[in-house]
Design a protein around this ligand. Structure first.
Ligand code: FPP
Length: 224
């Protein structure tokens, strides 16, 4: 089993449009699938760390109406899902630069981190206003300010993911085959899986199948 599974949840908009629904409906359904997959990972011990790309540094380029909706959806999700985290023994964490978010959203994020801090079955990490290039630049600046020489270890320890292991398995749904600025440093030897399924249609069954094919991959990390 992967110790760290990362998922790019792509395809909410297309899922909604293909049903004559608004993109908002796609994101709402996407949030439900996010809950289902997180719960499944906790209950079946699929992985110890689950990182999900919820909002990228590039997503600010979307229309304001969609950004505002996603912010509200996130606020509602953090509040309404608190019991899911506690009942399933899940610890909530984030990566990304939270300083661009409202105080209200920051308070809700901090609150859920606080109440779930003793969760031991799974650490769920939401990537919020996250982009690898932004993360690496912030990390390099931290080192420069502290006059710490740049090494692989010092840079790794200055990243948002300092407390988490490298990514073992990365899944992208929605049919595109790219990393979109997600965990570029941490995925240096991740096994990549691309699914044509749009995120709102992604199921625990498909995750199970992908985990089975992960088990069959031979990982050599550059060795023989
Ligand atoms: C990509 O689909 C998805 C996003 C940019 C946001 C991901 C958000 C969710 C899964 C739901 C909300 C999450 C939380 C935590 C409340 P897209 O809009 O790029 O889809 P498209 O490529 O079909 O347009």
């Amino acid at each position: 089993m992967p110790q760290h599974l990362a998922i790019i949840m792509d395809g909410n908009g297309r899922w909604a449009q293909s049903r004559g629904l608004s993109r908002k409906d796609g994101h709402k359904r996407g949030a439900e699938v996010l809950r289902t997959i997180t719960q499944y990972c906790a209950q079946n011990v699929c992985t110890q760390f689950l990182t999900l790309y919820a909002f990228s540094t590039e997503n600010w380029n979307r229309p304001t109406i969609e950004i505002t909706f996603l912010m509200h959806l996130l606020e509602d999700y953090l509040e309404s899902e608190t019991q899911t985290y506690l009942q399933n023994n899940i610890r909530f964490q984030t990566i990304g630069d939270l300083s661009k978010f409202s105080q209200r959203l920051n308070d809700k994020i901090a609150q859920l981190k606080r109440v779930s801090e003793n969760g031991t079955r799974l650490t769920q990490i939401l990537a919020l206003n996250y982009g690898s290039r932004d993360e690496i630049v912030r990390a390099a600046n931290k080192l420069a300010c502290a006059q710490i020489p740049v090494t692989q270890d010092s840079l790794n320890n200055a990243l948002d993911t300092a407390q988490f292991p490298n990514v073992d398995m990365l899944i992208r749904t929605g049919g595109e085959q790219r990393l979109s600025n997600f965990l570029l440093w941490q995925s240096h030897y991740a096994e990549l899986f691309f699914s044509d399924t749009l995120w709102p249609d992604f199921t625990t069954y498909e995750l199970q199948q992908l985990l089975k094919s992960f088990e069959q991959r031979t990982r050599r990390f550059g060795g023989l």
